[in-house]
Design a protein around this ligand. Structure first.
Ligand SMILES: C[S@@+](CC[C@H](N)C(=O)[O-])C[C@H]1O[C@@H](n2cnc3c(N)ncnc32)[C@H](O)[C@@H]1O
Length: 234
């Protein structure tokens, strides 16, 4: 659990699996105990009217990554875009520890973390406070009876529509064809987003500024072709 207010919404079905995996090493425990409290976004305080004020580094805009997993993409973006502040949300402890390790190693001052369900975090953010949002390879929940746990739904899109700036960008990735269709349907129903693809290559090929994540690499190994969706907030 986080020490900041979890703001649980009873209506939210859990969209993630286990929160803890292997026992952490003493060093990892230390990162969680010492570095995490300094980086955790505190939902019990009001959200700043300008989201760049969440960062001590002089950033010009703020991005949000939901479910960053092993933090490959989060750290790559933070290292390559020192001018951008990135908030990463991930409830899986091992993922959070990987992010903390990378932040410390690379001395990144442009990352804040939320180690819980991203949905209360989105509700907390001010309208039009985020320039880019990423939901990369969300849990597929392949069994029919679990499909309602899929994170990318109209509920999530409506929250992202509120917090994304007009002209902002939303990137969604999945290796599950039915999920890609579901995403596109939910986007159409929700409205407020324009799909930027003009040719099939636009959703079949990963852009150069979208580094490969662990789950994407696994999808390729297992013969599943990912879909990359880039949407513009109208
Ligand atoms: C299949 S993994 C993909 C991880 C990473 N994005 C990647 O591509 O390698 C999905 C991740 O989303 C996280 N997740 C699921 N529901 C979430 C939620 N409501 N808020 C934040 N993260 C969530 C899970 O804990 C898991 O780490």
């Amino acid at each position: 659990m986080t020490s900041s207010e979890p703001a649980k919404d009873a209506a939210l079905l859990r969209s993630f699996g286990r929160r803890r995996g292997r026992k952490l090493s003493p060093r990892q425990e230390q990162l969680l105990q010492e570095l995490m409290p300094r980086l955790r976004v505190d939902l019990s305080a009001p959200a700043p009217s300008n989201s760049i004020d969440l960062f001590s580094a002089p950033v010009t805009e703020v991005w949000l990554e939901i479910g960053f997993g092993g933090a490959e993409h989060l750290l790559w973006q933070a290292q390559n875009r020192a001018d951008v502040g990135i908030i990463g949300a991930e409830p899986f402890e091992e993922g959070v520890v990987k992010a903390l390790h990378g932040i410390e190693q690379s001395r990144l001052a442009n990352v804040r973390l939320y180690d819980d369900d991203a949905r209360p975090l989105i509700d907390w953010l001010q309208p039009a406070s985020i320039a880019k949002a990423f939901v990369l390879f969300p849990d597929p929940w392949p069994k029919k009876r679990h499909a309602k746990r899929r994170l990318v739904s109209r509920r999530l899109l409506s929250g992202l529509k509120r917090v994304l700036k007009p002209g902002g960008e939303l990137r969604l990735g999945t290796d599950i064809a039915s999920y890609a269709r579901e995403m596109l349907l939910a986007l159409r129903q929700e409205g407020g987003f324009t799909w930027c693809a003009t040719t099939a290559a636009d959703w079949r090929q990963r852009p150069a500024d979208w580094p490969q994540t662990r789950y994407e690499a696994k999808a390729h190994r297992e013969g599943r072709a990912p879909t990359y969706l880039i949407l513009k907030r109208d």
